[in-house]
Write a protein that binds this ligand. Sequence first.
Ligand SMILES: [Zn+2]
Ligand SMILES: [Zn+2]
Length: 220
Amino acid sequence: MIDKLLQNIAPHHCYSCQIRGNVLCDSCIYNIANDAQNACINCRLPTSSGICNSCKLPFGRSWVIGAREGELAKVIGDFKWSRLRSAHSPLSDLLDIFLPILPSNTVVVPIPTISHHKRIRGYDHADLVARTFAETRGLSKRNFLKRKDNAIQHKANKAERRKQAEKAFYCNKALDPSVPYLLLDDIITTGYTIKAATRVLKGAGAKEIWVAAIARQPLN
Ligand SMILES: [Zn+2]
Ligand SMILES: [Zn+2]
């Protein structure tokens, strides 16, 4: 409702083709999702399952829509840091177009946002995308992962990020081992976060974990 009101006062332009309307218009959403090539989430080799044969990863499948560049990077950046709340809708649409049909008992689990960032934004960006995607697909969304502390990753080096990720989450529920869990993250950088989150969910009883993210940090 508030999104709609704001949109009428200050209409957006598509970040990709500049057409007036949403931050990504329907045809640009389709183009981005249809151009997406799934690659191994770890080594970036092209592979349909999102995990190549050489990489040993704790989750069974993964999907990442594209590199964190161009309009995708801009939409995610403004969604996170410029209060572009309405971006949850096109970002969820991208996932909806790109991901295959999932079993109806799949549980969508967002990677929890750092509380400090939630306060700055006024919303939990990851939870919004997870909720919208789950609603679109008729799946349940559960916040099984909690954050232990508010460690901020921005300036950390690789080793520090790994340590932060390993102690970042907990789950205080016993999870049903018979259903698949889809972990949802916005950007995959080192992969430490999703690996740590997967270990926590498995520790709570989950057997099958899948991972979906909107963008991957380009290798440099
Ligand atoms: Zn467009
Ligand atoms: Zn690989």
